[in-house]
Design a protein around this ligand. Structure first.
Ligand code: HEC
Length: 187
């Protein structure tokens, strides 16, 4: 029995020593300048995956599960397209063209080009990201420029884009705000 307990104590102590050593190793790796500082290289698949997982997990923890109050009516989508063009396209690229925004290459991590890589996040998560921005990236917080209603309008616009068969929002510009299926396309 004493031998067994001794074994457990040694095992736990060894685990702690190894964990501390690994933590210190990681810290030294960073502090001694081994992390590549260049912003003009492509993030590795490992880095991208880890960063996305960290963001997903943080959004799970922090973002309140709010419902999007904005319906995807033609007028709301057209309003969303307008806001997107004014505030977002310079980094995320225009929706109605396959051309990437020129800033894309200069940001690290790069801004997703929504016309080609539609968001796969929940609406409340996109609302949270747009409102508060994403730390350590070029994604700014918009809470001082945009009202909550405008942010939700953008969320609705982006969400519509991600759905297969969703109306192409750039095309809805200038359409009159009509249509009986006000709630169409929404889950
Ligand atoms: C200055 C450049 C810049 C501007 C302007 C900008 N963003 Fe971003 N945005 C980024 C970057 C960079 C990321 C990637 C962050 C990451 O990799 O975690 C991002 C990420 C996002 C994401 C999360 C990614 C995803 O796949 O869903 C959303 C949503 C988003 N932006 C929406 C917007 C909206 C809406 C606007 C306009 C109000 C906007 N952004 C304006 C740079 C920008």
């Amino acid at each position: 029995m004493r031998k067994f307990l001794f074994g457990i104590v040694v095992g736990v102590a060894l685990t702690i020593v190894i964990a501390v050593a690994m933590g210190m190793g990681a810290l030294m790796y960073v502090e001694q300048g081994h992390v590549d500082p260049r912003g003009d290289i492509v993030p590795s698949a490992f880095e991208k995956k880890r960063a996305m997982e960290a963001l997903d997990a943080a959004l799970d923890r922090y973002a309140p599960k709010l419902n999007d109050p904005i319906q995807p009516t033609p007028s709301n989508l057209s309003q969303g397209a307008k806001l997107y063009g004014t505030y977002c396209a310079r980094c995320h690229g225009a929706m109605n063209s396959s051309q990437s925004a020129s800033w894309r290459v200069r940001l690290y991590p790069p801004a997703p080009q929504f016309s080609k890589e539609p968001t796969d996040m929940e609406e409340f998560e996109n609302y949270y990201v747009i409102k508060h921005g994403v730390r350590w990236t070029g994604m700014p917080s918009w809470k001082n420029e945009l009202t909550d209603q405008e942010i939700w309008t953008l969320v609705t616009f982006l969400n519509q884009k991600k759905k297969p068969g969703g109306s192409a929002p750039a095309m809805t510009m200038g359409q009159s705000p009509h249509g009986p299926n006000e709630k169409g396309g929404k889950k």
